[in-house]
Ligand binder design. Structure first.
Ligand SMILES: [Zn+2]
Length: 226
């Protein structure tokens, strides 16, 4: 499904979500193997596949990186931490052998602020993976949160090979301080089916983090962008 979030911001939803920032010609994540046709079919309604100059991965899990090759002119970026984890523990970083085989031949560039427009801010949000990042558009107050934060208090898993509950908690705390108008997460997890797992894990996280619980300012009534 294709939806327009704001002027120049488009969302393509499948198993995972990808976002196209048309004015910057930046794609955030490229979806999973099942999403290939969905991404292709919907993207061409907005722009040409060759228009994309940069693909930024929020992290390197298989369901966020698969369709990078749909954008032949794009350079691919991930956080330097995610890239070093890919070297150290390829399978633990991608979580799928077939996707890893396809992906390991690609040239990744370590993302720094010099690679992106000044309106966009890179926020390190380790926890789901150690090199996870979120992107925040200071002008529109749109937050692209990858698999760190979803709608309605639903949060990402922190039991994966490079996960850390403590870091996840700190990252959520960091995100909760932002002034966010629209949350653009890596998946549309809000149904009761997924909620029970994630919501209970948020409570567990609070206890694991051994820190005082914080009051999330925007985790609840935030405009969803679906
Ligand atoms: Zn993930």
């Amino acid at each position: 499904m294709l939806s327009k979030i704001k002027e120049n911001v488009y969302k393509i939803s499948g198993m995972s979500n990808c976002y196209y920032l048309k004015n910057y010609k930046i794609m955030i994540d490229t979806g999973s193997i099942e999403d290939r046709e969905v991404v292709k079919k919907n993207f061409v309604k907005v722009a040409s596949l060759t228009d994309v100059k940069k693909v930024i991965f929020t992290h390197l899990h298989y369901d966020h990186i698969f369709n990078f090759d749909l954008f032949p002119k794009a350079k691919l970026y991930a956080s330097p931490k995610e890239m070093s984890d890919l070297k150290k523990d390829p399978e633990g970083t991608v979580l799928n052998k077939d996707v890893l085989n396809k992906f390991k031949k690609t040239k990744l560039i370590g993302l720094t602020r010099n690679h992106i427009p000044k309106e966009l801010k890179i926020i390190k949000t380790p926890g789901h993976t150690s090199g996870s990042i979120s992107l925040y558009d200071k002008k529109t107050k749109v937050l692209f949160s990858g698999d760190t934060l979803f709608y309605n208090l639903v949060i990402g898993r922190y039991d994966l090979p490079t996960s850390s509950p403590k870091d996840m908690y700190k990252s959520l705390e960091k995100l909760s301080k932002l002034d966010v108008s629209v949350l653009c997460p890596g998946h549309n997890y809000w149904s009761t089916k997924t909620l029970y797992f994630f919501k209970s894990s948020f409570n567990l996280l609070k206890s694991l983090s051994k820190r005082r619980p914080f009051i999330p300012s925007f985790f609840g009534p935030i405009t969803s962008c679906s």
